[in-house]
Ligand binder design. Structure first.
Ligand SMILES: [Zn+2]
Length: 289
């Protein structure tokens, strides 16, 4: 059973005109990353609806997707996205799960209430969050309380991580790897999923191998690394700590595909040693499906 642990979807009002929506809601960083066009004029990603995602999952044999929130600049956008995801998982409980997003600028009480509300609405994690991109310190006390609450409620936390050695792209934010090591040490009861192979944290830093509360996802892999990353990573990190994730609806193979899809990434994973645990078993265990 294949589970995709890293998918983003947006409400129809955003999908209709992403550029206008980004300007109206002052989500400038998101707009730079997600509405960008390649030199050939095609978008870096699509803006599919729920039914498009379900069709892409069917085509690739993906049983379940985990919808991740975005690391929005504004608390209001986070709450709005969380409501949308609650409706998605209510409509498709057999195929979709979702994580909630947050911004500590909402203040302590509102932030913690948002986490509680998300849990009650059936959301099963926090993320994708990015202190670096959202503009708060990893030591922000409200963020810290949210991470404690996540541990209490058994909500894993997905964090956006970039690799200082991988390629540049517009809107890229540096995320110093030591910050994630610090978070894992400081919040030992919280389970973290470091996105995008965790910026290859365990390959850059041997000590990271011992972080028992840290997991990694493979989101956007083909855009960041060639297929040798699978074996390089799995030589250092036990397969139990890696979750298959795509970053759909990014177009992961822009030289080969005009539309985002999941078929090629599932095939790449299987061809490069991803086992049943990596493809779904680990997500199932960590997320309590
Ligand atoms: Zn990310």
């Amino acid at each position: 059973m294949v589970i995709d642990a890293h998918v983003h979807l947006y409400p129809l009002e955003l999908n209709r005109d992403p550029v206008a929506w980004g300007a109206t809601h002052a989500e400038t960083h998101w707009a730079m990353l997600c509405t960008r066009r390649r030199r050939d004029g095609r978008g870096v990603q699509g803006f599919p609806g729920v039914d498009d995602l379900l069709r892409a999952m069917d085509a690739a044999g993906v049983a379940r997707s985990v919808l991740l929130g975005w690391y929005w600049q504004w608390p209001e956008t986070c709450a709005w996205h969380n409501r949308f995801y609650a409706a998605c998982v209510q409509a498709h409980p057999d195929r979709l799960s979702a994580f909630a997003t947050l911004h500590p600028a909402a203040g302590r009480d509102a932030t913690l209430a948002e986490v509680q509300r998300a849990r009650e609405a059936g959301l099963i994690g926090l993320g994708e969050l990015s202190p670096h991109a959202q503009g708060y310190d990893v030591g922000n006390p409200v963020f810290g309380e949210a991470l404690e609450l996540a541990a209490e409620l058994h909500l894993p936390v997905n964090l956006h991580v970039t690799d200082h050695e991988s390629g540049q792209y517009p809107g890229r934010v540096e995320t110093p790897l030591r910050d994630f090591v610090w978070l894992a040490h400081t919040f030992p009861r919280t389970n973290f999923i470091l996105a995008h192979w965790g910026g290859r944290l365990p390959l850059h830093d041997e000590e990271a191998e011992d972080l028992m509360n840290v997991f990694y996802d493979t989101a956007a892999s083909p855009l960041l690394y060639d297929a040798t990353i699978w074996q390089q990573f799995l030589e250092v990190v036990p397969t139990e700590r890696v979750l298959f994730g795509s970053d759909y609806p990014l177009n992961l193979y822009p030289k080969l595909d005009t539309e985002p899809g999941l078929v090629r990434l599932v095939a790449e994973a299987k061809a490069n040693g991803a086992d049943a645990a990596l493809l779904g078993g680990n997500a199932k265990r960590l997320l309590h499906f």
